[in-house]
Design a protein around this ligand. Structure first.
Ligand code: ADP
Ligand code: MG
Length: 347
């Protein structure tokens, strides 16, 4: 955790906004007499329970690329951790702790205070302890960058991979889709865009239910393709997802639903829902015998879980280079030009 720059006030900043508040609710990760959080060259964690594996995830947020410079700092703090907890959730992992790298142009006290509150509020909710980090100054003309690396735990062998889907599995997606994408192009004010709720409880429950899971932060269509490709490769079969575009109607968030009520084409709205990113929902594949378990889970978590299609063997290896077939009401595949594909890619 090398610091390139010892700006005046660096240590006071760390102590006031991160070390002090983090110590107020040090959780499971530090519950051991020989454990140590922020303050030394590295954190020393409590030993894992026997039979546990660590899961690690990391996400970087770049100013003007992943967030608007005027974003509410509390929401930004929340979101920097939430996107990582969403990755842990997709693995079926229980959050344990995280580190924070903050590359900022200048320390702004009220910004730091709000950022820290948003960040540590979510951390406390999931017993995910801030264990350390790095704080550096970037040139005035540079974008600010915030990276979080998060640690979670799973019972050995129980992590849910994106590669585990099998022929015959149902495909499920949590929550509602599309509104963050609409908000991005309009007012930027959307609860799911600014304060995404990682589906941690769902991920934990899916350990015993799902064959495969992925979080759909880059959009349902592209993440589903990743899941199918990984599962095909792992099973040496040519798997294809058949998704009923109409099933997505039930997944539309409030903004898209009101456009549906105003008469816009359901097919167009479903395409938006399937293509839009900034979704922190889980997509998972589960065998049909677990259908009632999934429905019970939706009730227990008060979280809608929508069955949107199923995993099949490709009827013809050469026919489908894209591993997702979108079907309309008559179970006809949509023409290739209408398949939602796009997901966000940096390069
Ligand atoms: P070193 O130079 O020894 O790597 P630093 O001076 O970078 O340590 O940081 C001092 C302590 O503060 C370390 O324990 C580090 O993990 C922690 N730290 C630095 N920045 C942050 C931050 N943004 N959030 C939480 N902890 C931080
Ligand atoms: Mg250092």
């Amino acid at each position: 955790m090398a610091s390139e720059n010892v700006a005046p006030g660096e240590f006071e900043l760390i102590s006031r906004f991160f070390k002090g508040p983090a110590e107020q609710f040090a959780g499971t990760a530090l519950k051991h007499p020989k454990a140590m959080g922020i303050g030394d060259d590295g954190a020393v964690l409590a030993p894992l329970q026997s039979g546990e594996q660590l899961v690690m995830a990391m996400d970087t947020m770049v100013e003007s690329r992943h967030y608007f410079p005027d974003m509410d700092p509390a929401a930004l703090g929340h979101k920097c951790l939430a996107v990582n907890l969403s990755d842990l959730a997709a693995m079926g992992a229980k959050p344990l702790g995280f580190t924070l790298s903050l590359a900022i142009r200048e320390p702004r006290e009220s910004w730091l205070e709000d950022f820290s509150k948003g960040l540590l509020g979510l951390a406390q909710q999931w017993d995910c302890t801030l264990l350390g980090g790095d704080t550096v100054r970037v040139p005035l003309e540079s974008a600010e960058t915030i990276s979080v690396a998060a640690l979670g735990t799973v019972p050995t062998g129980m992590a849910i991979m994106r590669s585990g889907a099998r022929e015959g599995d149902d495909l499920w997606v949590s929550g509602e889709l599309g509104d963050p994408m609409i908000a991005l192009t309009q007012d930027h004010r959307d609860t799911k865009l600014c304060w995404p709720q990682p589906r941690v409880a769902l991920g934990l429950a899916l350990r015993d239910i799902a064959h495969a899971a992925i979080d759909i932060s880059d959009g349902l269509a592209s993440e589903l393709a990743h899941l199918m490709r990984a599962s095909s490769a792992a099973s040496s079969t040519n798997l294809v997802a058949r998704v009923r575009l109409e099933a997505l109607i039930d997944c539309l968030g409030p903004r898209l639903s009101s456009r549906l009520a105003a008469g816009e084409s359901p097919r167009d709205l479903c395409r938006i829902a399937a293509s839009g990113g900034d979704e922190y929902e889980l997509l998972f594949a589960a065998p049909a015998e677990h259908r009632s378990a999934v429905e019970g889970l939706a009730k227990r978590l008060a979280l809608p879980l929508h069955c949107i299609g199923r995993v099949t063997q490709s009827p013809d290896e050469s026919a489908f280079s894209w591993p997702v077939i979108w079907e309309d009401a008559q179970a006809c595949p949509l023409p290739a030009s209408e398949w939602p594909k796009a997901g966000f890619e940096h390069f």
